[in-house]
Design a protein around this ligand. Structure first.
Ligand code: ATP
Ligand code: MG
Length: 428
């Protein structure tokens, strides 16, 4: 019978890869917690309306990327394509927004029907942050500081740069939209099909077209920033000054508009040139209008989402990983014979109480030689060997696997002390 395979664009994350994922998740979690952020977990499925109303009807996501289906009751449901809408929905539903300040984060799978390629999948993972109730550029700055801190911790700070823009107020955007449409309508013959369509549906999105001909045409377009409102420009100037004084380099990109409708004022992307076309590893911005748009009271909000798969790719290529990630275990216990195997179980339990090294007890039988091969493959740095003669003497043979040190016999009650003291065994 033919074997069933995973759905295209939806990846298994195999045991070899999960240490890297855990490292990314733990690093992020510890940094977010050090800034006072709390985790929120929401369902993977929501009412389709939630995404249509928040992300925008004429965006790539809603037009062509959503996994939407009717449940058995005929209600239209959608696998979440992003986390912000769900987070706002949950916070509103549980009264976490009105008159409060929130600093939240989440992580989990997102679903978009896109063409799978390196760094672009149909199920992918985001780690996202959303804040509510803070209006000033200081919170925008904080989000950029904590992401910069994460890049440093992961050792990928040299590989990413920050792109920054402001989209102004919704009135300013509407005013600019008219000017842009007037200009592009005069040159409509130079637009590609996608841009022609957007000219009537979502003209600002034309600004981030990747088509060189459209890009060239945009060189002559009216200046976005010249149309922006003073308040937004002031906010933007303060954000830039904050970043300068804190030593976070950035580049202003007036073409950066982002793919979702709910953004206004600050938008940003952390990009890398190491991953080809899928170069944005983290993207976000301010969405002061969204809470109201979803039925709540007007609330300032700003957040971002990182693409975990892209960060993992970058981490593998450019990052600095702790040594322990390269090995499955630290100590490998090999016992030979029934009595020794039985003793090994209790010895291992006892050691787990006393030392923090990872400890693997071989339970797969086989010869001494095959056990030593397994010990080597596991990446362990020390093997503890227990056979009939060791058992009789009340010792284990401690064999350093990665250093030139001699094998030594250690009495049962001294093993923990030796393993704690002899850190040289555990060096690379
Ligand atoms: P892109 O321009 O690459 O399509 P986007 O603007 O659609 O990205 P957002 O909705 O802002 O992306 O999502 C935030 C981050 O999530 C992206 O910067 C990226 O790192 C990641 N991401 C988005 N879509 C995918 C996908 N299909 N596969 C893997 N990662 C993704
Ligand atoms: Mg996209």
């Amino acid at each position: 019978m033919a074997k069933i395979k995973a759905i295209r664009g939806m990846n298994d994350i195999l045991p070899e890869q999960t240490p890297l994922w855990q490292y990314l998740e733990e690093s992020t979690r510890s940094i977010l917690s050090s800034y006072g952020y709390s985790e929120i977990r929401t369902p993977i499925v929501e009412s389709t309306d939630l995404f249509c109303r928040s992300i925008g009807e004429v965006t790539d996501i809603v037009e062509k990327e959503m996994y939407t289906f009717d449940d058995r009751n005929g209600e239209s449901l959608t696998l979440r394509p992003e986390g912000t809408a769900s987070c706002v929905r949950a916070c509103e539903e549980h009264g976490l927004i009105f008159n409060q300040v929130q600093r939240l984060w989440y992580t989990g799978p997102m679903f978009r029907y896109e063409r799978p390629q390196k760094g672009r999948y149909r199920q992918f993972h985001q780690i996202g942050v959303e804040t509510f109730g803070m209006v000033g550029p200081d919170i925008d700055t904080e989000l950029l500081l904590l992401t910069a801190r994460l890049w440093k911790k992961l050792g990928i700070d040299h590989a990413v740069t920050l792109q920054l823009n402001t989209l102004g107020s919704s009135e300013a955007r509407a005013y600019y939209r008219d000017q842009l449409v007037a200009y592009l309508t005069d040159h409509v013959d130079q637009l590609d099909e996608d841009s022609k369509r957007r000219l009537t549906t979502n003209p600002l999105r034309i600004l981030d077209s990747k088509n060189p001909q459209v890009q060239a045409l945009l060189e002559g377009a009216p200046d976005f920033h010249a149309c922006l409102d003073d308040e937004s420009l002031k906010h933007f100037d303060q954000l830039k000054r904050n970043l300068e004084s804190l030593g976070i380099p950035y580049e202003v990109n007036p073409r950066l508009v982002r793919g979702l409708d709910y953004y206004g004022r600050t938008v940003f992307e952390w990009v890398t040139d190491k991953l080809g076309a899928q170069g944005t590893v983290c993207a976000g911005g301010r969405y002061d209008g969204l809470v109201e748009q979803l039925g709540g009271r007007a609330t300032p909000a700003v957040g971002f989402a990182m693409g975990a798969e892209r960060l993992i790719l970058l981490l593998e290529a450019e990052g600095s990983l702790p040594d322990r990630l390269k090995r499955q275990t630290d100590i490998f216990i090999a016992a030979l014979g029934d009595a020794a195997e039985q003793k090994a179980l209790s010895l291992a339990e006892n050691l787990r109480d006393l030392v923090s090294w990872r400890l693997t007890l071989d339970c797969s039988g086989g010869s001494f030689k095959s056990k030593m091969k397994k010990a080597d493959r596991s990446g362990a740095r020390v093997a503890l060997i227990l056979g009939d003669s060791e058992l009789e003497q009340g010792v284990v043979a401690l064999k350093p696997l990665r250093t030139q040190d001699e094998q030594e016999l250690v009495p049962f009650d001294k093993i923990a002390a030796v393993l704690s003291a002899e850190h040289r065994y555990f060096k690379e």
